[in-house]
Design a protein around this ligand. Structure first.
Ligand code: ASP
Length: 309
């Protein structure tokens, strides 16, 4: 039986995103990229496609957009390279795929899905993941594709201060990790998240994005979640799984569970960021404890595209 309350939400990162430091033109660019991604994912749902296809397609639109910190727009590591992470999860059977510390792959989210569907593993990293990608005819791009002067300057200033930056925390740096969650017409949930990580990261640092349960989680019995923020805190609080567990074992609604994670559990260890989530009834949450979060949602009754608090 088909359900009518299907829907989709996306994010493009949470952080210090202030109206006062954003030009009208930039705001228009962000909103139009968010619109394109949410429309693309929603169309798939409307046409009877799966939640998995919808979240993957929405994330690909954001990965291909230089405004966000994932794939094409990825930040620079300490060594002036790009190391990308991504994960995807299917709430109908708890299948999951994740990839970490990869470079040159045009769409890391496609690779995460291939790992889920074509390998017997959940997570592949580094050169092994690249090898797997080559064996599965994944598209690669050269260094120039991932370069932007702006990102390079971001690294130079982080190197000067020795800081590791959440790329959208500085007022001039308003780009972020991307993610999507969806409920399809068959009642299936899925989530996907993709990132370039944090500017000036070293030593093969891995954030929450590719860690199932931290940055991404989906289970048809509760919800689908995708997180953004300083990954270390999301790992330590197992944030995405935490929302699921509060619902599953604590009887929380999606709203209360997300609120507890974002406004109580994360702040208790000074964690900053946000999450998007959807439950099996089609309730959608777009919540954050920072100044802003690039976000959008669409279902049969409304379409919202927002940036600030
Ligand atoms: N969560 C990501 C990470 O820690 C960063 C982000 O959300 O922008 O790698």
């Amino acid at each position: 039986m088909k359900i009518k309350n299907f829907g989709l939400a996306i994010h493009g990162g949470a952080g210090t995103i202030l109206r006062t430091s954003m030009s009208d033109e930039k705001e228009r660019e962000y909103k139009s990229a968010l619109r394109e991604a949410v429309e693309k994912g929603y169309l798939i749902l409307e046409q009877g496609g799966s939640a998995l296809d919808a979240v993957e397609s929405a994330v690909i639109v954001l990965e291909d957009c230089p405004l966000f910190n994932s794939a094409k727009g990825s930040v620079y590591t300490h060594d002036g390279k790009h190391e990308m992470d991504a994960s995807i999860m299917n709430g109908s059977n708890l299948d999951a795929g994740a990839v970490s510390l990869i470079h040159s792959v045009k769409n890391p989210i496609k690779l995460a899905r291939l790992i889920m569907e074509k390998s017997e593993h959940v997570m592949l990293a580094g050169e092994g993941a690249i090898q797997f990608a080559k064996e599965h005819q994944v598209s690669f791009e050269d260094d120039q594709y991932f370069h932007s002067e702006f990102r390079y300057e971001q690294l130079q200033s982080a190197l000067k201060t020795g800081s590791v930056l959440l790329d959208h925390t500085d007022s001039d740096q308003k780009f972020g990790t991307v993610g999507a969650v969806a409920l399809d017409q068959y009642g299936n949930l899925a989530s996907a998240t993709s990132t370039g990580g944090m500017t000036n990261k070293k030593w093969g640092r891995i954030g929450d994005t590719p860690i199932i349960g931290a940055g991404t989680y989906a289970d048809n019995s509760t919800c689908a979640v995708s997180c953004t923020g300083s990954g270390e805190y999301f790992i330590r609080t197992v944030s995405a799984f935490h929302v699921h567990s509060l619902m599953k074992y604590g009887g929380y609604t999606l709203d209360r569970a997300s609120h507890k994670v974002i406004h109580e559990i994360l702040p208790s260890i000074q964690g900053d960021g946000g999450l998007i989530a959807i439950d099996g009834f089609g309730n959608i949450i777009l919540d954050f404890n920072t100044e802003g979060m690039y976000r959008a949602m669409k279902n049969s009754s409304q379409c919202k595209i927002e940036i600030y608090q």
